[in-house]
Design a protein around this ligand. Structure first.
Ligand SMILES: CCCCC/C=C\C/C=C\CCCCCCCC(=O)O[C@H]1CC[C@@]2(C)C(=CC[C@H]3[C@@H]4CC[C@H]([C@H](C)CCCC(C)C)[C@@]4(C)CC[C@@H]32)C1
Length: 480
């Protein structure tokens, strides 16, 4: 049986090796930031030296000069760690060395001399991904520095010969220790910040008003030879009530590794979103004026225009309006042919009685609509293509003055809904969701060749991407 982490995850994220390599392009940038933000504490000490007695010394305001990184490699170790190698970090450190003789009478003659240290370092960081209370913990404690070179330059000619050899190994020893602690600590700090930042950004992305998705992880992310995969609850939260849970039947074989990133959603997530949207009164709209005219004057009703006139009795479309709303939460069924949406919808048409004045209800009908929708995402827009719909009018009421028999009315209304009504509703979803996605900053991402795939019971978003520079800049700016 699959380990527990799969069964109660209804959202799964998979990043394959190619994506890790793209992100690795910026590892150097993050490491550079770590070196530059690490603070190097002052170091003091005393050392007794033959013939000279005790020497007190200290290194002060150590700071990093220029820093270059030759290249970084990344390797995924199955069920273990993400091994990051950073070769040939060449860094120079400046600071002030002060030293003096601790004589019997405790007088300290303190000299201070500026120093510069040139170093070339390799880093090896074997990252573990753990989880704690739904959050991903990045453990980079497995962090090693190897020094290729560490040369000390003392300022100017004030360098008395003995000072150099006395201090070189002392300074190189302590600096190695300080660097290792500080740089690795800073790398751990930044990595965890990065993980939290990605979590916050994703959670915010999946939130709109009172509707959100709980993406806390259900277990530690899995590291495989060719991908990293995280498993999330995917519980829809509406006004702080979170949805109920069913088995979500994720198995790794549902995803391939031909694309850089995969977002897997179980069908229940979309159904919970549909329920929340219904409760949040988002599944309703009004039509009037031009939109209404378009609907009642479609080509297919050319020969029925005098009947249509009996409905409006000379009133203008601008003074009339049709309210459309869902009577129940829509049911969403994911199938290979697309997203099947079953909804029961009410329509109420109000028209001014004597052709003017306040509109009053002229007709009201309820219908069951089943439509299959295929989604695609291109040029930063979502496109929804819908199939021929199945429409069944369940209820029809008309005002007494409408002298049109029910059969004819039903025929007209079915025509309007199937030809124009559904198109109108779908295109509003397209516009609203596209603007929601861009308001979340999706169009800042360099998404390449996104595919929206529906299978029985689940939805997969798979795509390649270019490095999200803006995200890293944003992160480094806001957090450091
Ligand atoms: C008298 C006057 C009469 C007038 C009558 C007028 C109207 C009444 C008639 C009918 C109304 C009711 C029937 C209409 C039903 C329409 C149903 C409908 O669109 O569901 C759609 C609602 C949106 C929804 C759920 C659907 C399919 C795919 C989903 C998308 C797949 C991918 C996309 C992601 C956001 C991807 C992001 C991009 C990636 C690549 C990063 C998703 C999840 C957004 C939401 C999409 C179904």
């Amino acid at each position: 049986a699959e380990p527990s982490s799969y069964s109660d995850a209804s959202v799964v994220f998979r990043m394959t090796k190619p994506a890790v390599l793209v992100l690795n392009e910026k590892t150097a940038h993050v490491i550079q930031t770590a070196f530059q933000h690490a603070d190097y504490p002052d170091i003091k000490g005393e050392k007794s030296v033959r013939f000279l007695g005790k020497i007190a010394y200290g290194l002060k305001n150590i700071h990093i000069g220029e820093l270059t990184i030759e290249n970084t490699t990344v390797d995924l170790k199955e069920d273990d760690t993400i091994d990051i190698g950073i070769q040939n970090v060449s860094a120079s450190f400046q600071g002030t060395l002060s030293y003096g003789y601790v004589g019997g009478w405790l007088v300290k003659l303190i000299h201070s001399i500026d120093f510069e240290i040139e170093s070339s370092i390799d880093l090896q960081i074997n990252v573990k991904l753990l989880s704690d209370d739904g959050r991903v913990i990045v453990d980079t404690s497995d962090c090693y520095l190897t020094f290729h070179k560490l040369t000390l330059h003392l300022q100017g000619d004030k360098d008395p010969g003995w000072l150099k050899q006395l201090f070189t190994n002392f300074i190189s020893f302590t600096l190695k220790l300080v660097l290792k602690n500080q740089v690795c600590k800073e790398i751990n700090y930044i990595s965890q910040l990065l993980a939290d930042y990605v979590h916050e950004t994703s959670a915010n992305f999946l939130k709109d008003g009172d509707i959100g998705v709980d993406i806390s992880v259900t277990a530690s992310p899995a590291i495989k030879a060719n991908y990293i995969e995280s498993h999330h609850k995917g519980l829809v939260v509406y006004q702080n009530h979170s949805g109920i849970f069913h088995d979500s039947a994720f198995t790794p074989s549902l995803l391939t590794d031909s694309k850089m990133v995969y977002f897997w959603f179980s069908g229940q997530v979309l159904n919970s979103v549909a329920l929340a949207a219904f409760l949040d009164k988002r599944l309703e709209l009004t039509l009037s004026g031009e939109k209404l005219k378009e609907m009642f004057e479609i080509e297919e009703l050319k020969t029925q225009q005098e009947i249509v006139q009996k409905i409006f009795r000379g009133a203008s479309y601008n003074d009339s309006l049709a309210k459309v709303w869902s009577l129940d939460p829509p049911q969403i069924i994911l199938q290979p042919e697309g997203t099947i949406v079953k909804s029961s919808v009410a329509v109420e048409l109000s028209v001014p009685l004597q052709g003017e004045g306040p509109p009053s209800v002229a007709l009201y009908f309820e219908k069951e609509v089943t439509v299959t929708v295929q989604a695609s995402y291109m040029q930063k827009n979502l496109y929804l293509h819908h199939s021929e719909a199945m429409i069944e009018i369940k209820k029809l009421k008309r005002a007494a003055h409408i002298a049109v028999n029910d059969e004819t009315l039903k025929h007209i209304l079915e025509k309007i809904v199937s030809v124009a009504g559904i198109r109108e509703v779908v295109s509003r979803f397209e516009r609203n969701i596209s603007s929601l996605l861009s308001s979340k900053g999706l169009d800042h991402f360099d998404i390449i060749d996104p595919e929206i795939v529906t299978k029985k019971g689940h939805l997969i978003l798979q795509m390649d991407f270019g490095f999200p520079h803006h995200l890293l800049v944003e992160f480094l700016k806001t957090t450091l």
